[in-house]
Design a protein around this ligand. Sequence first.
Ligand SMILES: Nc1ncnc2c1ncn2[C@@H]1O[C@H](COP(=O)(O)OP(=O)(O)OP(=O)(O)O)[C@@H](O)[C@H]1O
Length: 635
Amino acid sequence: MPAWWSKRSSKSREGSNQENSHGKNDKKICSITENKRKSSLDEAALRKNSPRGSKEFAGSGGSSGFSGFDSDSGEKRGLPLPEPCVSDLGAGGGIGGAAGGVGFGPGSGSVSSVSSSGSSGVEDHDNNQGSGSLFGGYRLSVDHRGHGGRSRSPVPGSRSPVPGSRTTSRPTSPLHPLLGVMSLDSSTGRLEDGKSQWHPLPLPPGSPTSPPSVPGTRTTGSTDNSTLSKWKKGKLLGRGTFGHVYLGFNSRSGQMCAIKEVKVISDDSTSKECLKQLKQEIDLLSQLSHSNIVRYYGSELSEETLSVYLEYVSGGSIHKLLQEYGAFTEPVIQNYTRQILSGLAYLHGRNTVHRDIKGANILVDPNGEIKLVDFGMAKHIMTCSSMLSFKGSPYWMAPEVVMNTNGYSLAVDIWSLGCTILEMATSKPPWSQYEGVAAIFKIGNSKDMPDIPDYISNDAKSFIKLCLQRDPLARPTASQLLDHPFIRDQSTTRVANINITRDAFPRTFDGSRTPPALELHSNRTNANSCDGDFAMKPVVNNIRALKNPRDDGRMITSMPVSPCSSPLRQHGSAHRSSYLSPPHPAFAMMGQSSYNLTDFSLYPTRQGPYTHDLFLDTPLLKFQTPGTSPRTRPI
Ligand SMILES: Nc1ncnc2c1ncn2[C@@H]1O[C@H](COP(=O)(O)OP(=O)(O)OP(=O)(O)O)[C@@H](O)[C@H]1O
């Protein structure tokens, strides 16, 4: 068994709502070779932490690097922004490793360990021990005398003068010692590669007004510092391992964002680790653009904090929704799974593995749109070789990750997706009946499958079983899974649903008028996923009701619209009378499919002839037997 346990911490998540151990609080268990001496203590601590009763596995740091953090402190002082490297993901390191001190964020909820082997062929930033550069991929705006200020000529989006700006009057601060060291000590070769770009803080798309390309650039002639950033920090949205997340409000546009902050403290190893993780997240997110991945707006470095500005997703995490509303109905699970898969297919298409897929890292917007977040664990995989580092959250962790022997690949996200589907169906992750260590043994060293509830459909069971195949090579890719009936048949349902709607609302389809509500539904890709409670109701009754003369267009358009996919709709009986969400007979068929695992074996997998997966040639992984030393050699 790899030695990667670390101590419990006390962080809480999602605002004041402490998540239980199945969510964000499950524990980034940190492990590196240097920490072996802590393992016995940590293991003892872990045993105390049952999946239900305990909040934390982890955080070797003990005390939080954020203790005493004042959400209102850390005013941005117009320090130059760090400059992440924008070379493509395969361009090499870029994130200086903080001496391999991986995942020591207090209260960390995931496992994090790094193999001592350096032969992974992975852009594993954690392994950049030699660089000694926390921001190895950053060009910090410092000249060689250590003063703030850009070290090169103006670039788009830089703080260099723009029309109307008066950057010369902007206060400059001495470079933060921590960052100064990082900026000047990169061994990544990316500091001078000329590919780097600034990270301005644009408004979200659709902003009625455009801010200066970089906060702090004065465009109005004002001389006070209040214009430095138009994003004002609001309430605490949640706490993660590596920082706090606040609501941000743009006082110019009225728009909102999420601000993820890590406090910058020199000579604090926890702070360094947090910054490193956040830097990694910035590097990845800044290169991603997908509707199911949280959008990155920009980042900003002040003397006290590094802030990352992200799309605000107001619905909370799947984990939080499960806590508040209970298990999801199957149509909701289908819908969410399709979107998660879509995000994963995009991510994997860029050879990037998320490594921490779980309900707590999947946010839902009010329209039921899924956003993958928390890319602090994500890694880009440069070659066909797989990773050797050890990260994730135990209950969602793939066997090959738990055993940490021969590395792992994109398929770890597919395993975690299977666990997340079980989480959505039961409100708990698989193996949750076991305490931490026992769960890890179950995952890594048994042949057992997690319990799959009887009440889900055969399609759902088939899908989950495919994801939870112990052989990572046997797991289908995200793209392949998008074609599984559990996902694919949603579109059939949606078309049929629209047809029924057309019958029910003929006037809406004859060009005379278009109820906004229907337009909204029909334009959404997730409009097919309606309340499971509807599924059991005779559709015809609702249609008859709709054809009642009283139910005219005025009534329709004045009715409140609830997103079809919202899990909030699954329990409310009041929704059943809503004509705007007519049920579909296909839902009555949920759970009746005779599709099985064998059928899907017709689809190509990583081992199949049609796959173009990078890991086609990845050798089968062997599990490490507890007590034996980890095997890191490729088979
Ligand atoms: N874009 C966002 N919009 C709204 N809330 C968010 C957003 N990003 C994060 N949050 C909230 O903040 C919490 C912590 O965020 P996040 O998981 O990204 O932090 P972290 O330090 O990376 O966590 P982890 O310990 O999983 O690494 C989330 O659980 C969520 O409640």
